[in-house]
Ligand binder design. Structure first.
Ligand code: SOE
Length: 369
């Protein structure tokens, strides 16, 4: 079967997923066949250009028009547009891959998770960082008990694209369109990665104490001489208590000047520890034999996940490869009817954490997730 793919959205994430679909036939020849059938957007000129560049046969300006013609929906829009099209597709048992976070609010994410639970179709939340070979190597070490009892998790996602007060306003700066700022856009990834790496050992996020801060409260609107208010956080920090008694500290920012895309996580156990940074995504630092400190492992061996599809050892991978792996696993799950994670239940679990951090920041106290 060749699956007709529909994208809603034609910007950054559409390029990442379009590139991934383009690479699958050559590097993952057992992947289900797909056709980039239709791409949806509001601005016709930009849409036509994107359709050409991303290899789509058709364009549309209303997502409601495409559901009869597609086999799989990719919802790659601003967060406020995630619920309605995703739920409509799932009600027709059309598989959905939706970018993260699931929705601007917990209510929206719960409606999406409910639709997924009632649907026979696969519903994926696009937490792509689970598909890094070094991260999957880390999970194997943790699952094998190499770190012993997990005690502490430290995670951060630091960028600096909004350090300049003149950096332009976008939907990611608006509470109605995004829900939150660095918290939902970046913190969501770290919360999911934590659930993926140590969820089986520390349980869920139990209680959080968080703070949100906005440093620049209005920004220029591109192509105009106007400014618009920033109604979401530039940065968040949070303390976390897990169900097991393990503890965590988390933060994300869009104004940490000098950090470009530094998604880092460190796990500390009774027998050892490990740490990872997206800016060195082929490497995992491990500290497993006593007090020698951290040693760097290059996760590019043939038996490291996905590496056999690419290049010889040491011919390193990049950010884009995480989307190729994610699309491969998603399409295989759709084709085989297998369980897929991270699904919408994983997505709503992260949304509960986002919501708790926001409530805690509002009330300046610890809150239950
Ligand atoms: C923000 O700049 C962003 O594009 C996030 O929205 C993505 O989820 C992350 O993978 C890269 O940074």
């Amino acid at each position: 079967m060749t699956y007709n793919i529909g994208f809603i959205g034609y910007q950054f994430m559409s390029e990442a997923h379009g590139n991934a679909l383009n690479k699958l036939p050559m590097f993952f020849p057992d992947a289900p066949e797909t056709k980039r059938h239709v791409i949806v957007g509001r601005t016709e000129d930009a849409l036509e250009e994107a359709a050409d560049r991303l290899g789509f046969e058709h364009t549309a300006t209303d997502w409601r028009e495409i559901l009869d013609d597609i086999d799989i929906l990719y919802n790659l829009t601003p967060n406020s547009v995630h619920p309605e099209p995703s739920i409509a597709a799932l009600e027709r048992d059309i598989p959905v891959l939706c970018e993260k976070p699931l929705a601007p609010t917990l209510e929206g994410a719960e409606a999406m998770a409910e639709a997924a639970a009632e649907s026979d179709a696969t519903a994926a939340t696009a937490f792509n960082y689970r598909y890094i070979p070094a991260i999957q190597h880390a999970r194997k070490l943790i699952e094998a008990g190499e770190l012993g009892e997990i005690r502490q998790v430290r995670g951060h996602y630091l960028q600096d694209w909004l350090t300049d007060a003149e950096a332009p306003w976008s939907w990611r700066n608006d509470e109605e369109l995004a829900g939150s700022g660095a918290l939902g856009d970046l913190g969501a990834h770290t919360f999911d990665l934590t659930r993926y790496l140590v969820g089986d050992r520390v349980g869920e996020f139990d209680r959080v104490s968080g703070q949100l801060q906005t440093f620049v409260d209005e920004r220029p609107v591109p192509g105009t001489d106007e400014t618009r208010s920033v109604t979401v956080d530039d940065a968040y920090t949070a303390q976390v208590a897990f169900e097991s008694g393990a503890v965590g500290t988390f933060e994300a920012s869009r104004v940490t000047d000098g950090h470009k895309n530094d998604h880092s996580i460190a796990i500390y156990g009774s027998e050892g520890s490990l740490r990872f940074s997206l800016e060195r995504l082929n490497e995992l630092e491990v500290n497993l034999d006593g007090n020698r400190g951290f040693e760097t492992v290059l996760a590019t061996d043939p038996d490291d996940p996905y590496i056999g599809h690419w290049w010889p050892p040491g011919h390193v991978l990049g950010w884009e490869h995480t989307f190729v792996h994610e699309n491969y696993e998603f399409l295989m799950a759709v084709d085989n009817g297998d369980d897929y994670h991270p699904d919408f239940q994983d997505g709503v679990a992260v949304q509960r954490i986002l919501d708790a951090v926001e409530r805690s920041a509002e009330d300046s106290e610890w809150v239950a997730v």
